[in-house]
Design a protein around this ligand. Structure first.
Ligand code: SF4
Ligand code: SF4
Length: 441
């Protein structure tokens, strides 16, 4: 978590203590998160296309039969949030949780609308202005909810398809109903629930309590000795808190998301009196402050004990493995099975044939071809098909014959290998099979 400092101008010679700027930093991170949230489904960096049963992750198209990678990717995201909680407390809540980001955006929008109406319609009565602000806020919230719900459903339905459903007010198909329901839930959340969800419903705060220990990053109020109390009881730290709590009562309040807004507020107030703020990020209730210069760099970045170092190493190891697994997957997948509904057949040329079923999936974004070759010690055997084309994102099932003249081989079972080369990529595969020759009739 970065600490951004900036001096505060004030009269006099002595410079006031620096003010730690968490609000602007958080808002910048929130904006980046919102842009990522919007960009992910439209760029296929993260999307689960339910109608087509495809999962897009980091630009790769995973098929439903690649469930293992999909599962481990989702588990990585889950472990990532838990590991971040162990290292940095409720950093996810305050910086990256969509519920918190949109709750704060909604509160800020409501506040701005109220101030705008009060400024521009001062001649109206207070009651009319309040009514007008509410109407404007609910109307803006509805527009924002439609947009957010559209982005959210785009994670599961192709965006152009979804837009078409939206334009036709589709309330019949599953996609249309899901879109309407999500819009309604988003609207109720945006307009009425907001941070109440974090306080009353979300289990993450309780989970965080289970993960925390003596070194967990907290927001802590530390005043001087009883006789020299520095707090001037301005209550600005309480007024800026979106969660509606007073951090001076305890650093362990379940509602506190460790956002640092109260840290900045107190710094701001006391800097005017040339005093340092009383609220800090600290490693545990009695621990060092965040960014203390008298600690080693690994302690300052959160690796404060072996447990945290091990968790970080595991996450790095997991991420590397996931990236290797993704980079090693081939866009064209070939599966071959002998068709043993009958041991052999005869073709139009009167040859004895064995049939092999080729299932070819092209999971890439360009058309592919698969060249097939037969490897056998018996020169009399040959393939009747040597190349199969598969469109991008498509699947093909092809019955391939291995054939020989009726009197070319003795009856018996002959080992063969069907070899494939997929393009693009030139990926080679070999499938050991057997050819069954029958007695001449
Ligand atoms: S008490 Fe401070 S850190 Fe905790 S939620 Fe409120 S403003 Fe954020
Ligand atoms: S902002 Fe600081 S000085 Fe003001 S009430 Fe809170 S702790 Fe006390």
């Amino acid at each position: 978590m970065a600490t951004v400092t900036s001096p505060v101008n004030s009269p006099g010679n002595a410079a006031p203590p620096p003010v730690r700027r968490y609000h602007q930093f958080r808002k910048t991170i929130h904006l980046i998160c919102v842009l990522i949230f919007i960009a992910l489904p439209f760029s296929n960096l993260m999307r689960f296309d339910i109608p087509r049963q495809r999962f897009y992750v980091f630009g790769q198209e995973l098929w439903i039969n690649e469930f293992a990678i999909l599962f481990f990717t989702l588990m990585f995201l889950l472990f990532g949030i838990a590991a971040a909680s162990m290292l940095y407390g409720r950093v996810y809540c305050s910086y990256a949780c969509p519920q918190m980001i949109f709750s704060e955006a909604s509160l800020a929008m409501e506040d701005r609308i109220r101030r705008w109406v009060n400024k521009h319609f001062i001649q109206l009565s207070a009651r009319v202005r309040t009514f007008a602000s509410r109407v404007l806020f609910y109307a803006s919230g509805l527009i924002a909810s439609v947009f957010l719900a559209f982005v959210f459903i785009s994670y599961f339905v192709e965006p152009r398809d979804l837009l078409q459903r939206l334009m036709t007010f589709d309330l019949i198909t599953a996609g249309g109903i899901a879109g309407a329901a999500t819009t309604l839930i988003t609207y109720l959340d945006f307009a009425f629930v907001r941070t109440r969800f974090c306080k009353m419903i979300c289990p993450y705060g309780y989970l965080q309590g289970m993960l925390s220990d003596k070194q967990t990053l907290l927001v802590v109020y530390r005043d001087g000795e009883a006789k020299q109390k520095a707090c001037i009881e301005c209550t600005k730290c309480v007024r800026v808190c979106h969660m509606g709590i007073d951090i001076r009562k305890s650093p362990f309040q379940i509602e506190c998301i460790h956002c640092g807004e109260c840290v900045e507020a107190c710094d701001d107030v006391l800097a005017k009196l040339k005093k340092p703020g009383l609220i800090h990020y600290t490693w545990g209730e009695q621990g060092k402050m965040l960014g203390s210069k008298d600690e080693s760099w690994w302690m300052r970045i959160g690796l404060r004990d072996p447990k945290r170092a091990v968790v970080s190493f595991i996450m790095l190891f997991y991420f590397t493995g996931l990236m290797i697994a993704l980079s090693m997957r081939h866009p064209v997948q070939v599966r071959v099975q002998p068709d043993r509904t009958s041991l052999y057949t005869s073709n139009a040329q009167g040859e004895v044939t064995n049939i092999f079923r080729f299932n070819i999936d092209n999971r890439g974004s360009v058309d592919a071809t698969v060249a097939i070759q037969l490897e056998s010690t018996e020169k009399a055997l040959h393939l009747t098909t040597s190349r199969v084309a598969v469109k991008a994102g498509g699947s093909v099932q092809e019955m391939i014959e291995v054939a020989t003249a009726p009197d070319a081989l003795q009856p018996g079972v002959y080992p063969i290998a069907l070899q494939t080369v997929s393009e693009p990529g030139g990926i080679k595969s070999s499938f050991p099979m057997t050819f069954v020759m029958v007695k001449k009739k």
